[in-house]
Write a protein that binds this ligand. Structure first.
Ligand code: SAM
Ligand code: 2KA
Ligand code: SF4
Ligand code: MG
Length: 211
């Protein structure tokens, strides 16, 4: 049986947060601990606003990978040859359900800086270069330190000031995409104007039609 289930693997620009604009291989793992990914379950899910299809392994570059070497090789091949500043973002779904020390070692051995996008419910393994934590209302909050905290806003029951004293280098509000994105963006702007330690994170890839 394959060790890693990957929905899709692609080269793009990181669209969000402090690394926005940077070339990166996105490795999107299948599966999440806060939603099955099925629309019929969304209303009952712990995380109900997800913008991502992470079910199965049928996306571009998606597959079951037999071991860390095989997946690291696919990541290297997606990056392409002859370019420095190698950067991989592990996301999902929830990447910390699958990302382990063997895969971290194998991608580091190929010269990649390693970032994760995590929902904060699982303690990150050692060795990561960049940790973006995006907590979810009502879910356990375990990963209370990292590189950046990116709060999807607004989430009833999750006030930004709960997080402000934590050990993160950057604090972002990212407007919740969906039917209310315009109102959510206005609310995030108003919050950042009134609380300047928070900055606005836009999903820039969506604005310009990038993946
Ligand atoms: C699809 S998630 C995958 C990683 C991880 N499960 C997490 O939630 O952080 C990637 C990023 O997109 C954010 N996101 C998901 N749905 C969103 C939405 N509707 N609007 C804005 N950001 C969203 C998440 O909060 C997270 O920062
Ligand atoms: N371009 C681009 N940037 C991103 N940053 C975080 C993303 C994610 O889905 O985790 C994402 C994504 O899906 N695409
Ligand atoms: S935790 Fe992340 S991947 Fe899981 S449903 Fe929420 S936004 Fe989507
Ligand atoms: Mg995304």
């Amino acid at each position: 049986m394959a060790k890693y289930a990957v929905k899709e693997l692609f080269l793009t620009l990181q669209g969000e947060g402090a690394q926005a604009g940077r070339a990166a291989v996105f490795c999107r793992f299948s599966g999440c601990n806060l939603w099955s990914g099925r629309e019929t379950d969304r209303a009952d899910a712990a995380c109900g606003f997800c913008d991502t299809d992470f079910v199965g392994m049928d996306g571009a570059g998606g597959a079951g990978f037999i071991d860390a070497e095989a997946l690291a090789e696919a990541i290297e091949s997606a990056w392409g040859s002859g370019k420095a500043d190698r950067f991989v973002v592990f996301t999902g779904g929830e990447p910390l359900l699958q990302l382990d020390e063997a895969l971290i070692a194998a991608t580091h051995a190929r010269g990649f800086e390693i970032a994760v996008e995590t929902n904060g419910t699982i303690s990150p393994p050692p060795g990561l270069d960049w940790i973006c934590v995006s907590p979810k209302a009502g879910a356990p909050f375990i990963a209370t330190r990292g590189s950046e905290l990116k709060l999807v806003f607004p989430q009833p029951g999750l006030a930004p000031d709960e997080f402000r004293g934590l050990a993160f280098a950057h604090f972002w509000l990212q407007p919740m995409d969906g039917p209310d994105v315009a109102a959510n963006t206005a609310a995030a702007i108003a919050y950042c104007l009134a609380h300047p330690s928070w900055r606005l994170s836009l999903q820039t890839h969506k604005l310009i039609g990038l993946r």
